[in-house]
Design a protein around this ligand. Structure first.
Ligand code: KIV
Length: 274
């Protein structure tokens, strides 16, 4: 690989670069991470964006929804990830209850994330209903990634994790919210679990990247939850999820072998002691 090409590939990803990637038709890869060790592997593998998602509430803390995770906990995860990442853009989710309905509080939540984690962007769920909060955060120079469609922080309002915006009225609101988020200055949006045709239409109408999860292939990039795509979680198999590894099986086998080796005094052997 030429030095120029390597430099280009290793260059830090910024929100501006995401828009350039969209302009040249290069798809954007996004994966979640919540801790130093995994973030280091994912960044070194070449991921464009690492999302410190509030899915940490599910996969790290064992909650059934994303609602319980706190700002302090998100900041802890954000800090750990930021210590590892050199190239990827790092986006941290603002958790439930820290930005809805009160733009002053929203700004102070976003400022804490930026100051304490050194991440480069925050993500927020919702459209017109959180406009004031998004605008206030943007006015402080903090990049915002929007999140529309299935927004897990509103699960108690939806009552189900099924595909969103199949109805015309919900699709129309989604399109209008996507344009609103672009117009007020968001750097990108995530669109979750909506029909592929609708997602493709939104991506084609926006100048900012639309990153999909369960939103088909006509968008500007894809995001998955790391534990799902690596096969660590089980019992969660939506149609959109492709598993790239079966780590649960690999980890179980390694742990069981270790247990057996300890029990039969095979570990440690002579070379593994002082
Ligand atoms: O929290 C998260 O992991 C997310 C992704 C599913 C987009 O918001």
């Amino acid at each position: 690989m030429s030095v120029a090409k390597r430099d280009l590939e290793e260059r830090k990803v910024t929100t501006h670069r995401l828009i350039e990637m969209k302009q040249r038709g290069e798809k954007i890869s996004v994966l979640t991470a919540y801790d130093y060790s995994m973030a280091k592997i994912i960044d070194e593998a070449g991921m464009d964006v690492i999302l410190v998602g509030d899915s940490a509430s599910n996969v790290m803390a064992g909650n059934t929804t994303t609602l319980p995770i706190t700002l302090d906990q998100m900041i802890y995860h954000g800090k750990s990830v930021m210590k590892a990442v050199k190239r990827a853009l790092v986006v941290v989710d603002l958790p439930f209850g820290t930005y809805q309905g009160n733009s002053k509080e929203a700004l102070s939540s976003a400022v804490r994330v930026m100051k304490e984690t050194h991440a480069e962007c925050v993500k927020m769920e919702g459209g017109a209903e959180i406009r004031e909060s998004v605008e206030r955060i943007l006015s402080a120079g903090i990049p915002v990634m929007g999140h529309l469609g299935l927004t897990p922080q509103s699960i108690n309002k939806f009552g189900t994790y099924t595909v969103r915006a199949r109805e015309e009225s919900e699709a129309a609101k989604l399109i209008s919210d996507a344009h609103l988020l672009e117009d007020i200055g968001c750097s990108a949006i995530v669109i979750e679990k909506i029909p592929a045709a609708l997602a493709a239409r939104i991506a084609s109408e926006l100048a900012i990247p639309a990153i999909g999860i369960g939103a088909g292939n006509g968008v500007d990039g894809q995001v998955l939850v790391m534990h799902d795509m690596l096969g660590i979680t089980e019992g969660f198999s939506p149609r959109f999820l492709r598993r790239y590894a079966n780590l649960k099986e690999m980890i179980t086998s390694a742990v069981q072998t270790y247990i057996e080796d300890v029990k039969r005094q095979d570990f440690p052997n002579e070379k593994e002691q002082y």
